[in-house]
Ligand binder design. Structure first.
Ligand SMILES: [Zn+2]
Length: 278
């Protein structure tokens, strides 16, 4: 990305504080992560799920969650799109359960940080191959969630048919996609219809995007047969909705995407689409 000129302006990440993490996670879970990672002199699975950790994992996960918060603060300050290039990912992490490579739910931590300081409503847009079970679990209290996901596939949540529910005045909307794959145009057209409709219901003050690119054809973990060009369309649609409702404020938070070339190309396309809308 640096070679392609995508990283023109960079912002330093920082560590998330306990208080920021505890807006999403429970105190016993934070203690569990601290205890199990510090004891892991060799890589092992976290006891709550399929996330491999070692003694460095807590520092990495704290920095990732704090990076999402720093990106949120910059997006709000500058009324712009900011992309948090962080790992480990977060959208599978539930309040008391790390799983699916995720320790802390980075996007939820950023969303709660925004709501704590600004109030209002946020919309999480999740186009990762996998359902964001952790984010959906903490929806409500100002946080709405809309996503596409492969079904049936890991982690098994999100439903096998399109579904939409209210949690208080917030919305949870899921559109499952066939694991056998879907045409790029069809994927884009689903989001063309879905995003404006849900945004009109939520009227968000901030959009946060669980930006996972494991839907791209050839991804070794996901793969819905979708072309990298889909990221341009997604970026344009998200920018248009952000211009309408929330002063262009968008926080992209990296989730999955395990083919590095496709990941680089996809993020470059998101950046170009965001630039074009300014
Ligand atoms: Zn994924």
């Amino acid at each position: 990305m640096r070679a392609q000129g995508v990283l023109r302006e960079t912002i330093a990440a920082r560590d998330a504080s306990d208080a920021e993490l505890l807006r999403v996670h429970t105190p016993p879970y934070l203690e569990l992560v601290e205890r199990e990672t510090s004891a892991a002199q060799t890589p092992r699975y976290l006891s709550t799920g399929d996330a491999v950790v070692d003694a460095r994992s807590l520092a990495a996960a704290r920095r990732a969650a704090g990076g999402a918060v720093a990106a949120m603060e910059a997006a709000v300050e500058e009324n712009a799109s900011v992309f948090a290039l962080i790992r480990p990912p977060g959208h599978h992490a539930e309040p008391d359960r790390g799983m699916g490579f995720c320790l802390f739910n980075n996007i939820a931590v950023a969303a709660r940080a925004f709501l704590a300081s600004h109030g209002g409503r946020v919309l999480v847009v999740d186009f990762d191959y996998h359902h964001g079970n952790g984010t959906q679990a903490v929806a409500g209290d100002g946080l709405s969630y809309v996503g596409t996901h492969a079904a049936p596939a890991y982690p098994g949540t999100g439903g096998g048919e399109p579904n939409e529910t209210q949690r208080g005045s917030d919305v949870i909307a899921n559109v499952p996609l066939p694991v056998g794959g879907i045409a790029t145009e069809r994927f884009v057209s689903i989001w063309d219809a879905l995003l404006p409709r849900i945004a009109a219901q939520v009227r968000p003050d901030l959009i946060l995007v669980s930006a996972g690119f494991d839907y791209v054809a050839g991804d070794p973990v996901g793969d819905l047969g979708i072309g990298v060009e889909a990221a341009s369309a997604l970026g344009e649609r998200i920018a248009a909705v952000a211009a309408e409702y929330c002063k262009n404020r968008v926080v992209y938070v990296l989730e999955g995407g395990y083919d590095l070339d496709a990941l680089t190309e996809s993020i470059a396309r998101i950046a170009a689409a965001s630039d074009a809308s300014r």
